[in-house]
Design a protein around this ligand. Structure first.
Ligand SMILES: Cc1c2[nH]c(c1CCC(=O)O)Cc1[nH]c(c(CCC(=O)O)c1C)Cc1[nH]c(c(CCC(=O)O)c1C)Cc1[nH]c(c(C)c1CCC(=O)O)C2
Length: 356
């Protein structure tokens, strides 16, 4: 079985493509009217995640509407803490919450490592369904949160701007935090390998809050555990030439531009970068680079979106190994027409660059 559009997988392996592939973080979501309708009929977000038919439908919605070069399975990074028994729920307007957050270091010792087939089988079912539904149109991305990012939610009890609880633990009881991060790394590795077995064709790790750490702490409390996961992933052997059977891994630390070199040397295949990074300064050819349009540019008019797309493509130049994406998830009030303008601009403009 061969993919009809494999530009995304080719670009991740730094192979030549006729135009730059593009997908958007959070491409399935509330900016789409059909998503809001599906979500209203499901009742709540977790029901959507836990019902494979609904998760598959949400995965497919942006693929049907736009000329995207990859699909990402509809789920959430917080399925892992949920499966560890923390009881994830969403309060409207307040983001994620846990019924049983970690309040004491002893809570960490009790945490189980979830069995992906039994505790998270609904994700694997959704992946199998989505692969069938996609019918090889574009590749399907599986994903997880980084241990550090998952730990921030588990210890803060939800979203945070200051990360005071987890940083207090980092500096007063680092051994307990390391125990938690290590359990999370093992859980994520098992989970991602199960996603690969179920049919995920590429893997992405979201380290949304790595950028909140100091240089030294980032290496020790975030990157180290992503490294452990990269080492444990069953990706197959990367070949001298592109192969569709190899599973590329992308690491994305938001606010992590300064650590590009360290991230690249984990042995990942691609590094995601946010909009603060000047792509022209990054080394090309050793790993692929994903990014990096500021998602708020999509509030601008057609000329603004096209100009900003052109700048990114020019900064990257004619090298292989670029996956166009936003520098973070798409905002829920983004106009749909802007997304169409963006995808067309990436494809049209990059065709000229690649065929020069
Ligand atoms: C930190 C994080 C989370 N989840 C995720 C991250 C890492 C990426 C990032 O930094 O943005 C990742 C994620 N969340 C979701 C996906 C689906 C796949 C995709 O389309 O990219 C992915 C890849 C769906 C979702 N996950 C969530 C929604 C919105 C839920 C709804 O329908 O009400 C979606 C579509 C809920 C969620 N889940 C999370 C938060 C903070 C929220 C609330 C966000 C908000 O209210 O704006 C945790």
């Amino acid at each position: 079985m061969s993919l009809k559009n494999d530009r995304y997988l080719r670009a991740l392996q730094c192979e030549a493509v006729d135009y730059t592939p593009v997908w958007m973080m959070r491409q399935a979501g509330r900016y789409l009217p059909e998503y809001r309708k599906l979500r209203a009929s499901a009742g709540d977000f977790m029901t959507m995640c836990k019902t494979p038919e609904l998760a598959c439908e949400a995965t497919m919605q942006p693929i049907r509407r736009f000329d995207l070069d990859a699909a990402i399975i509809f789920s959430d990074i917080l399925t892992i803490p949920d499966a560890m028994g923390l009881g994830l729920y969403f309060e409207t307007g307040e983001g994620p919450k846990f019924k049983h957050p970690i309040n004491h270091p002893n809570d960490i010792k009790q945490l189980p490592i979830p069995d992906p087939q039994t505790d998270l089988g609904y994700v694997m079912d959704a992946i199998r369904l989505a692969r069938k539904e996609l019918d090889n149109k574009v590749p399907l991305i599986g994903f997880a949160g980084s241990p550090w990012t998952l730990a921030t939610y588990m210890i803060e009890g939800g979203s945070s701007k200051t990360f005071t609880k987890i940083k207090k633990m980092l500096y007063s009881d680092p051994a307990s935090l390391h125990l938690l991060l290590d359990k999370l790394a093992d859980s994520v590795a098992l989970y991602l390998n199960a996603q690969i077995q179920a049919g995920a064709q590429s893997i992405m790790i979201f380290d949304s809050w790595g950028g909140a750490l100091s240089h030294r702490s980032y290496l020790d409390f975030s990157l180290k555990y992503m490294q452990k996961i990269v080492n444990a992933l069953q990706r197959g052997q990367r070949q001298a030439h592109y192969t569709q059977d190899y599973i590329p891994v992308t690491l994305f630390t938001k606010g992590g531009g300064l650590w590009f070199d360290k991230i690249m040397h984990t042995g990942c295949d691609a590094v995601g970068v946010d909009w603060t990074v000047d792509l022209s300064t990054l080394p090309k050819g050793q790993v692929a680079i994903q990014g990096n349009l500021d998602p708020t540019i999509l509030y601008g008019d057609k000329a603004t979106i096209e100009q900003n797309t052109a700048w990114i493509l020019q900064e990257f130049g004619q090298h292989n190994g670029h996956v166009f994406n936003l520098g973070h998830g798409i905002n829920q009030d983004t106009p749909i027409e802007s997304v169409e303008i963006l995808i067309n601009a990436v494809h049209q403009q990059s065709k000229r660059v690649h065929n020069d």
